[in-house]
Design a protein around this ligand. Structure first.
Ligand SMILES: [Zn+2]
Ligand SMILES: [Zn+2]
Length: 342
């Protein structure tokens, strides 16, 4: 089968049209015929060696994918041909964290066993998943839309962590890559209108205009001159210094949602007196513990008003075009690349 394969030792990617097909291991496993498979910012970090991934053997990356069931184990609840989406992460079901629904903290499962990072992923025509990581798509959600389910599941977890988010509160979304765009659609869908989006890449701000939310779109220098005050800041930049700058834009009682994943080397300094004086809250958000049902609910409710690849700046590529996909993504001409797999 076709796959884009990552070698964690040499930090190289290659297109392989003879990668071995997955085989069912357990009776409850499912093999998914992948239709849409996203390229995530985390993948870029992995390829640059800035984020841990399997070094044991080369494997297809890809942890955000949808498709249909190609083969289901004899004890599986899934049937061939069913439209599905896969949660790349799972719980170990043994540790204290997983047993309290927090698999994002697990030291063995969670982000340490992710499909597409530590297990063969969805940048391939077929991918094996245990059935407890597979979710059936309700009618009305296309596999194209469901290609965004995994990043929305992370936003859904962030939304829960940040809640209550009260309509009318002043909100800043920093960074309008795909994650910023998904937050924009989420907040608009939930009734928020008092939202400012800050992004230094003007091409990305032009993409946001297509979502037609009426949110205020600015470059960071505008904020620097105005020194506005926000109740909530959602930082989707993944750049440590941004926190240092934006932190001064929090009002009394404000919450700083650190959504973007910064490389571990980044630093930001904050003033503890200001945290005390303004009673500020800093909230970290990590992956998507059991938030797929929530994300599927959102996909169903949001529909084509929001889940439109062209409005979101998402472009599709064949697996063999992986280098173009990565180059376009790094150049910022698109907000997200998704493999459309035949
Ligand atoms: Zn991701
Ligand atoms: Zn665990």
């Amino acid at each position: 089968m076709e796959a884009v394969v990552f070698d964690g030792k040499s930090l190289t990617l290659k297109y392989d049209n003879k990668f071995p097909m997955p085989k069912l291991v357990n009776d409850t496993d499912v093999i998914v015929k992948v239709e849409y498979s996203g390229v995530c910012g985390t993948d870029l970090h992995i390829i640059q060696g800035e984020f841990p991934a399997s070094k044991e053997r080369p494997l297809p990356l890809g942890h955000e994918f949808s498709g249909e069931v190609y083969e289901a184990g004899k004890a599986s609840v899934f049937k061939k041909g069913q439209k599905v989406v896969v949660d790349p992460n799972r719980a170990c079901n043994l540790c204290e964290f997983c047993r309290s629904s927090n698999y994002q903290y697990c030291l063995t499962a969670g982000i340490n066993s992710t499909i597409g990072i530590f297990r063969n992923g969805g940048w391939a025509q077929f991918c094996l998943a245990p059935q407890d990581q597979v979710y059936a798509l309700p009618d009305g959600i296309t596999t194209e839309q469901a290609g965004l389910c995994e990043p929305y599941s992370c936003v859904a977890h962030g939304f829960d962590r940040a809640s209550p988010l009260k309509v009318g509160q002043r909100i800043l979304i920093a960074g309008a890559g795909i994650i910023g765009n998904l937050w924009i659609t989420t907040l608009h869908h939930h009734g928020h209108r008092n939202v400012t989006v800050s992004e230094m890449n003007k091409a990305r701000l032009d993409i946001v205009k297509k979502l037609d939310t009426g949110f205020r779109l600015v470059t960071p220098d505008v904020l620097a001159s105005e020194k506005p005050q926000f109740d909530i800041i959602v930082d989707c930049t993944g750049v440590g210094k941004v926190m240092e700058i934006n932190f001064s834009y929090l009002r009394h009682g404000g919450k700083y949602i650190l959504f973007g994943c910064c490389p571990p080397t980044h630093q930001a300094s904050v003033n503890p007196f200001i945290i005390y004086d303004k009673e500020l809250t800093i909230i970290g958000v990590k992956i998507n513990p059991f938030s797929f049902n929530n994300a599927i609910g959102w996909l169903q409710a949001m529909g084509s008003r929001y889940l439109d690849y062209s409005k979101l700046g998402v472009k599709t590529y064949a697996l063999s075009e992986y280098q173009n996909a990565l180059d376009d993504l790094k150049a910022g001409a698109i907000s997200k690349a998704v493999f459309k797999i035949k």
